[in-house]
Write a protein that binds this ligand. Structure first.
Ligand code: GLY
Length: 354
């Protein structure tokens, strides 16, 4: 029997809002997502899960007597562009959406990122609830209030603002195709590497067959505690970017899924940490990622472009590039990294700089 995975967290503060996050099974119904009567509800979704959004709209009309028009945005990163944001504002204008309405976002991490940005900025802020439909969205993107779009680099334009509610239904995640499960697992096991070592053990034993009841609440717990401690990423929250400095560069340059790029980025960071901090876990980390079926070397890519993209990393300061490195599993630190160490990390994932 699966362990009882039902859990609830409340994040208060940071942006002065309160966010309730509920994890469980069979909880995608509107009674969890739309917990009071709203005069207006608008649904933002993406093509792959628009049937789920339609079901929510139908039940909203039947039970709450509120029509919930649906806007389908492009899938994945295609949604995270400013023209989509502009089109969505115009659509909200066209349906007469007002400040006391609720936006419901049904989709993966890219969809909730852009929907959250729209909700944060339309009429200077309207309420929003998320129903994440991918593992990556459930454990990372939907939690912590980072919203935004890509402008040349990843997530360069956005605001910090919590959604009012996040409902993570593990029954939805159980239905995911292996490719999406695998890509999302990178962020779950990242939570293990930086904080919750039980998650590493679980993936080490079961690979992609790991019990979501076991690892999803544990990964969300890591994220919630980190965000409560440092909402605006003044310091601690940067640890959630483990694997992302090099990973984001490869993601954009090679157009590969975020989770794959993060896995490759963690391998590079592991090698750098081995050299810089004596981190002894890089081989174990690589094996765990391989066991999940995630890539541990980069696809063929323009290395100079990856390097340029890395230089736009938001953790960079006047003294140079800063990366999250592990002293040990569960002990992340943020350090400036010199060029020779960056070269070493890139070489570890098959990228040779000129
Ligand atoms: N995805 C990293 C963060 O939310 O800070």
């Amino acid at each position: 029997m699966a362990p009882d995975s039902s859990r609830e967290w409340e994040i208060a503060g940071g942006d002065g809002r309160t966010c309730t996050i509920t994890v469980g099974r069979g909880i995608a119904g509107i009674e969890h997502l739309i917990t009071r009567n709203w005069p207006q509800i608008a649904i933002l979704t993406q093509p792959t899960v628009s049937a789920m959004a339609q079901d929510i709209a139908t039940k909203t009309l039947a039970r709450l007597q509120v029509r919930a028009p649906i806007r389908v945005l492009p899938d994945e990163e295609g949604a995270k562009i400013l023209s989509v944001v502009g089109d969505t504002y115009e659509w909200l204008n066209s349906i007469g959406f007002a400040r006391d309405g609720l936006i419901v976002a049904v989709g993966g991490g890219a969809l909730t990122d852009v929907a959250g940005f729209v909700a944060a900025t339309y009429l200077r802020g309207v309420e929003i609830a998320y129903l994440p439909t991918t593992l990556l969205g459930a454990v990372d993107a939907s939690i912590g209030g980072k919203t935004g779009v890509n402008v040349d680099g990843k997530n360069l334009v956005g605001v910090f603002r919590h959604p009012g509610r996040v409902v993570v239904d593990l029954d939805i995640l159980d239905e995911l195709p292996p490719s999406l499960l695998r890509a999302g697992s990178a962020e779950v096991v990242k939570a293990g590497f930086i904080s919750a070592v039980d998650i590493i053990d679980a993936y080490e034993t079961d690979g992609l067959d790991v019990s979501l009841d076991r690892v999803v609440p544990a990964a969300i717990d890591v994220k919630v505690k980190t965000v409560i401690a440092d909402f605006r990423e003044a310091d601690l929250r940067a640890i959630l970017n483990y694997g992302h400095t090099i990973g984001h560069g490869i993601e954009v340059a090679a157009s590969i899924p975020h989770g794959h790029a993060v896995a490759i980025g963690m391998v590079a960071a592991g090698r750098i940490a081995q050299e810089a901090l004596g981190f002894a876990g890089s081989e174990r980390q690589r094996k765990v990622l391989e066991g999940i079926g995630l890539p541990t070397t980069s696809p063929r890519v323009d290395v100079a472009q990856v390097r340029r993209l890395m230089d736009r990393d938001k953790k960079r300061d006047g003294a140079g590039l800063r990366m999250v490195l592990l002293e040990d599993f569960g002990h992340p630190v943020v350090r400036h990294v010199e060029e020779d160490l960056i070269r070493l990390g890139l070489a570890e994932i098959g990228l040779v700089t000129g």
